[in-house]
Ligand binder design. Structure first.
Ligand SMILES: [Zn+2]
Length: 103
């Protein structure tokens, strides 16, 4: 069962960006990786191409999904999730306060 979705706010729980929070920009289903805003920034050298100057740019590299936990908007803290069935739809809720993560 996939825990994270695009647009979720997550907290990094290990690695060099431990403690950082950010929004999920993309999810790689095949590799179980997520790209999180301002997390795991890596420097890339950009080649000069069509009107854009060459230079060094910073981009977000994907990290393992298991390295992040969802942040509950109500508890304002990283939390474990549980699942609830509403109208035959499985939704993710905060284990602590039952707040739904679905928008
Ligand atoms: Zn909560």
């Amino acid at each position: 069962m996939r825990r994270c979705k695009k647009g979720d706010i997550v907290k990094v729980i290990c690695g060099k960006d431990k403690g950082k929070e950010g929004k999920i920009l993309s999810v790689d289903l095949k590799q179980n990786k997520v790209t999180v805003e301002n997390v795991n920034m890596v420097t890339k050298h950009k080649k000069k191409d069509k009107g854009a100057d060459a230079g060094i740019i910073k981009v977000q590299a994907p990290i393992q999904e298991s390295n992040v936990i969802l942040v509950c908007p109500k508890c304002n803290a990283g939390t474990k999730i549980s699942y609830k069935l509403i109208k035959d739809k499985k939704i993710r809720v905060c284990k602590r306060c039952n707040e739904s993560f679905e928008k």
